[in-house]
Design a protein around this ligand. Structure first.
Ligand code: NAP
Length: 248
């Protein structure tokens, strides 16, 4: 699929990976619809970068609120017409153990139900389109074997999103659905960690460094351009999942 002039909604595009995906899509001359929740300044920065290459629009919505999702889709339809591609990127990773029921509730709302409800609204519009695409940002923690008990609900909610990716891809060959599962990727949430903690994370990765947001964005764009990939979870983790062996 040529992304030029395609309308792409990227959720959580005010920061980090979503911002990088927005910029990569703009470089392909797509029309980029930037969703944000609280960070208007970040959304405006994304728009400024997008407009160096293409057209862009900003829409605020907290995606844990179905009414706000509906309002966003109505606003988008009025402004640009129906969208072609949805990138479900928005999400906050919150630590919590197995017994923390508030954390289960919050993370399923923030990671899974937000993407489910946004996808439902997206698929409810533009039904006559010959080809539509959804790209979900999951996580290495949501892969089989990658679950992290310190981020219990987050890991399981991302695994649910990965499972939804595969099941939804089986419903209709005119809706291609894939996921990119990042490993440790250097974005604002990591900026608070100490040098020692950063070194511990880097030591687990084959490439000995964090993945960049641009590397995730390039994987996303390659998948969106390809019309033969569907139902896949592509892990982009620098080899974190390879369980690097201790050097002797
Ligand atoms: N960085 C990593 O190491 C890593 C690894 C695996 C997976 N991921 C996934 O990658 C995605 C992006 O993460 P990031 O590292 O780029 O973090 P980030 O810089 O904190 O960006 C998160 C984005 O999600 C938005 N967001 C969160 N909850 C939202 C909601 N309820 N409604 C609308 N927008 C919401 C935020 O919007 P506002 O700031 O405007 O509120 C922000 O734009 C997340 O799904 C995350 O789980 C990241």
């Amino acid at each position: 699929m040529i992304l030029k002039n395609k309308k792409i909604l990227i959720t959580g595009a005010s920061s980090g990976i979503g911002q990088a995906i927005a910029m990569a899509c703009a470089q392909k001359r797509a029309t980029v619809i930037i969703n944000y929740r609280k960070n208007l300044k970040g959304a405006k920065q994304t728009l400024e970068e997008v407009e160096k290459h293409s057209k862009g629009f900003i829409f605020q919505a907290d995606l844990t609120n179905e009414k706000q999702i509906q309002k966003m889709f109505t606003g988008i339809a009025n402004k640009t017409g129906k969208i072609d591609i949805l990138v479900n990127n928005a999400g906050d990773a919150q630590p919590g153990d197995f017994f923390n029921n508030q954390n289960w509730q919050d993370q399923f709302e923030n990671i899974f139900f937000s993407a489910l409800h946004t996808s439902q609204k997206f698929l409810g519009q533009n039904k006559k389109s010959p080809l539509r695409k959804i790209l979900n940002i999951t996580s290495y923690y949501g892969t089989i074997g990658g679950g992290n008990p310190e981020f219990f609900a987050y890991s399981v909610a991302k695994a649910a999103l990965a499972s939804m990716t595969v099941a939804l891809a089986k419903t209709d060959g005119k809706i291609l659905v894939n996921a990119v599962a990042p490993g440790y990727t250097w974005t604002p949430p990591w900026e608070g960690i100490s040098v020692a903690e950063k070194k511990i994370c880097e030591a687990k990765v084959m490439i000995n460094r964090y993945v960049t947001a641009n590397e995730i964005a390039h994987a996303v764009v390659s998948i969106l351009e390809n019309n033969a990939i569907t139902g896949q979870i592509i892990t982009v983790d620098g080899g974190l999942s390879l369980q690097k062996l201790e050097k002797k």
